[in-house]
Design a protein around this ligand. Structure first.
Ligand code: HEC
Ligand code: HEC
Length: 214
């Protein structure tokens, strides 16, 4: 709303300055500056169109995230998202079944060496009653699921953004251990994009003309 209200005023202001500039040559500099400022404002995507969300959804779709936010009752491994070896299961709380807890192999940090278990504090899957599955959803569906208190463990937008920007399992995606590809988008760029989305009221894309991706 604020943006839509401000833009015409800027445009009028720029036009007025240009006019004044035509009269007094010395005013041209401020006219140019004013136009540049208008262009910067206009480059920020309008809220409500969902592009602020799709600007960072590639991170959520990256295997470093999807391997824990995928369909099925088990974690996945590798860039191809194959089922976790040794028949590891989600278990009643997401941390594995009694005989095979995640923490038996996964520590609080990555273990050195190829094919050694990666690690971060609280390593595990979301619990079966709130599985936080994004695989197979459209961008719009992922967005709505993230914002739905029933599917995100009662987080409001601020808490959701806090998780995106500070949680240790999320941060692990940029430091995944030997032999695994980190998320390509720099982490500070991801954080900035998430905050832009938050500032615009966390708009979701519309569902129209968009097919589910893997
Ligand atoms: C018996 C040991 C063991 C148990 C138990 C185990 N893991 Fe793993 N996990 C591993 C090893 C080893 C790797 C690395 C495999 C590789 O790099 O080839 C791995 C890799 C992973 C990865 C892959 C990361 C990526 O992006 O490629 C995820 C995700 C994962 N485990 C989740 C879990 C979860 C969640 C649990 C508990 C529900 C769990 N694991 C239980 C040994 C285990
Ligand atoms: C080792 C498994 C694992 C990995 C890897 C992982 N997550 Fe999660 N994620 C979880 C678990 C477990 C929860 C539930 C924790 C909770 O609710 O407190 C969760 C919850 C979330 C939530 C909370 C809200 C919701 O609705 O889903 C977000 C957002 C999230 N993860 C984002 C990410 C992103 C982004 C990445 C990759 C950069 C990622 N996760 C990687 C296990 C993982």
């Amino acid at each position: 709303m604020k943006l839509a209200f401000k833009l015409p005023i800027c445009a009028v202001g720029a036009a007025a300055l240009s006019l004044a500039g035509a009269v007094a040559g010395s005013r041209w500099i401020s006219a140019t500056e004013s136009q540049a400022a208008t262009a910067t404002v206009a480059a920020v995507p309008a809220s409500g169109d969902g592009t602020l969300f799709t600007a960072f959804v590639s991170v959520l779709r990256n295997p470093r995230c999807m391997n824990c936010h995928s369909q099925g009752d088990f974690p996945r491994q590798g860039d191809d998202g194959h089922q976790h070896a040794m028949n590891v299961r989600r278990g009643p709380d997401g941390h594995g079944v009694t005989a095979q807890k995640c923490s038996t192999c996964h520590q609080e940090a990555n273990l050195a060496g190829a094919h050694m278990p990666p690690g971060a504090p609280h390593w595990g899957l979301p619990p079966p009653n709130i599985p936080m599955i994004w695989q197979g959803l459209t961008d719009a569906q992922i967005c709505r699921s993230l914002k739905n208190p029933k599917e995100n463990k009662n987080r409001n937008i601020d808490q959701l953004v806090e998780h995106f920007t500070k949680d240790e399992l999320v941060a692990w995606g940029w430091n995944p251990g030997e032999g695994r590809n980190p998320i390509p988008m720099p982490r500070d760029e991801f954080v900035a994009k998430v905050k832009q989305w938050q500032a615009a009221g966390a708009p979701c894309p519309s569902d129209t003309a968009q097919k589910a991706k893997s």
